[in-house]
Design a binder for this molecule. Sequence first.
Ligand code: SAM
Length: 413
Amino acid sequence: MSQPLDLAAARAHTSATSFKDAWQARLERWYAHPGLYRWSLSNPFTRWLTRRRTRKLFDLMAGFVHSQVLLGCVRLDLFKALHLAPANLIDLSSRTGLAPALLQRLLLSAVALGLLEHRSHGRFGLGPLGVPLAQHEGIAQMIEHNHLLYQDMQDPVQFLNNAWSGGMAEYWPYAHKQSAPAASEPNEARAGVRAVTQAPCEAEVDKFTRYSQLMAASQGFVVQEILTSYFFDEHRCVLDVGAGKGRFVSELAVHAPHLQFKMFDLPPVLELAREGLQAKGLTQRVSLHPGSFLDDPLPKGADLITLVRVAHDHPDAVVRQILQKAHAALPVGGALLLAEPMAQPESEAGQPEASVDAYFHFYLLAMGAGRLRTPQELQTMMQEAGFTHVEQVPNAMPIHARILLGRKSQCLP
Ligand SMILES: C[S@@+](CC[C@H](N)C(=O)[O-])C[C@H]1O[C@@H](n2cnc3c(N)ncnc32)[C@H](O)[C@@H]1O
């Protein structure tokens, strides 16, 4: 059984201590035994295990330094500069303006992390982890953007007490002012988003421009996951809700030339999308529907609705509302495709990807009222909104996004 991430809302567990609990307690006692560390290092069969665990713990402790090395390389533009053009320390020193003795610390650290590697004649080239950074602008932009998150989290306990007062909350204008849009709630909670559907001031427009640009730059991997995992042949018109500047729609338009599109997003965001769609010659195939899913119904006429990296930005009540509106907007036989990073299901516990959850738990908290959900939680929410045959579409890189699909098989939820 999957456990809801909202643990406070989870039913208290009253069952007796299980066999698993007893086993875990026994393991913990073994790990804590003062002689175990020495014994396991002296034993060739267990040494690797202890070394690996020690390395992992060290990496956790050093994680901040690792991400700052990454940010330093991005800020000095080293990945692009060294792509297929290795260079030596002196050359890089004159290009970056940093003294060789200091720059060397950064370069050797980047080598240690697999971002760069040593090449002949004392030169540095890209390591296996550096190559994608030279090729995908979106990764570099996310690394730069994460700086805001890490500033907010400098004191993690204070951050937990006061999560929405930092640079990340400021960055995302729609995500932290809203709460569950229950009819009985004071409207103040929804004012942040409602204001956006009226004319925003220049400073607000700048915020929408900034995050929409970042989203478009970073959406590439998610779009690839969707296009390579789901067949769009049966559909005729796709409504992308929270469509941003339209990168997904533009790439899907090339991938599936028979499709027509509708894009729904906040008015300032769709204004930004218009120009790009014109430049790509897509205005005949894409109609724009500005609005807020907190206040407005979703437009009808599409037989597939997509929600890409939208649900995790919002609290449960808002997600329920979006899903109900999606159900209402679809014809019988229509489908909803929801794609976003999701929490590691318990069945996959212990796999290395699980550590990705830690990032998203904190990112989404710093951003606003949303949260990371397991696929099972989202599946249940989709079913509660009336969707049937809800299933996970297998995809190659769940770290970018997992994909859920549900059908509308009857008029009423
Ligand atoms: C995290 S971004 C994802 C954008 C795009 N789908 C992607 O994956 O890059 C969430 C999108 O939802 C939009 N959004 C947020 N609140 C909204 C609302 N109340 N009504 C309509 N769109 C909204 C934002 O403007 C933004 O474009």
